[in-house]
Ligand binder design. Structure first.
Ligand SMILES: [Zn+2]
Ligand SMILES: [Zn+2]
Length: 272
């Protein structure tokens, strides 16, 4: 059984209202042994409304303070880890390098949430470009992000963009995008960066995690071994969501272990 959730958000992330302590209590009640908080830190996140509030900039000092308090309070019941989900963009290399060195994170997820400084979450993103063009651009920029900056431990939700396209994943397959996905998988393997299997894909109606099964199989074929597993929970009910299905899927794909990072180093736990 998977007893660690390595991708979770609390009210320190600007798109989440769940108090940290509520998430911890839920984790304990469902039997998790380890939980890593990975709050959003997306510098220069493109705002829909230029006059709207700044989003996804983490008050890391306050987050650390609360984390230390909770870690101590619950130390006999659960192992809590201090992580961050860092938004990757090609122009942020210096900023992100500097940021990750300022704190003793246990775990850093690198995630591509934008394409060309725009967010594919919004339907307006697809005006004037086909879904295929948009997905291809997403994968190309993700590769660029990894080639420019590798100061993170796992790459988050690799085919994230398919959650938001006009046809979601109905016209998407690994095969169709193999020419842009393979270089990403190779870049991760070459750099010793893990591939995250993010179970939120099930909640988003994809019927698969992100990335999809065929991408996970390809990662294995290319020699990839390091897998991290996260629910991307923003609510208590999403915590460790779909982990039983993810576990069977990973075993089917030939994996025997999943990794949990602490102090930026992976420990391996058996699947099954
Ligand atoms: Zn994300
Ligand atoms: Zn997330």
């Amino acid at each position: 059984m998977i007893l660690s959730d390595t991708h979770t958000h609390t009210s320190f992330s600007s798109d989440c209202k769940t108090p940290m302590e509520e998430l911890i209590q839920r984790a304990i009640s469902i039997g998790l042994k380890t939980m890593c908080f990975t709050e959003h830190m997306d510098m220069d996140y493109p705002r829909q409304d230029p006059d709207g509030p700044v989003e996804f900039v983490l008050d890391t000092g306050s987050y650390l303070k609360k984390y230390l308090e909770m870690k101590e309070k619950y130390s006999d019941r659960i192992d809590l880890l201090f992580g961050v989900e860092l938004g990757l963009q090609p122009h942020l290399v210096d900023w992100n390098s500097n940021y990750v060195n300022q704190y003793d994170f246990d775990y850093i997820i690198g995630s591509a949430h934008t394409i060309g400084r725009a967010d594919p979450y919004y339907p307006s993103f697809y005006e004037g470009r086909s879904e295929r063009e948009a997905y291809t651009e997403y994968f190309e920029e993700a590769l660029q992000d990894i080639e420019l900056f590798d100061g993170f431990d796992s790459f988050g939700h690799l085919d994230y963009v398919v959650r938001y396209g006009p046809n979601k994943n109905r016209e998407y397959s690994y095969k169709k995008y193999a020419n842009v996905i393979d270089p990403i998988l190779k870049a991760l393997i070459d750099r010793g960066i893990a591939l995250e299997v993010n179970s939120a894909g099930y909640r988003k109606g994809l019927g698969e995690p992100n990335p999809c099964k065929d991408v996970i199989i390809r990662y294995k074929q290319l020699g990839g071994e390091l897998i991290t597993i996260g629910s991307d929970a923003h609510t208590t009910s999403s915590l460790a969501n779909g982990f039983d299905v993810v576990e069977s899927l990973l075993i089917e794909c030939g994996f025997k272990y999943h990794a949990v990072f602490s102090g930026r180093k992976p420990s391996l736990y058996p699947l099954g």
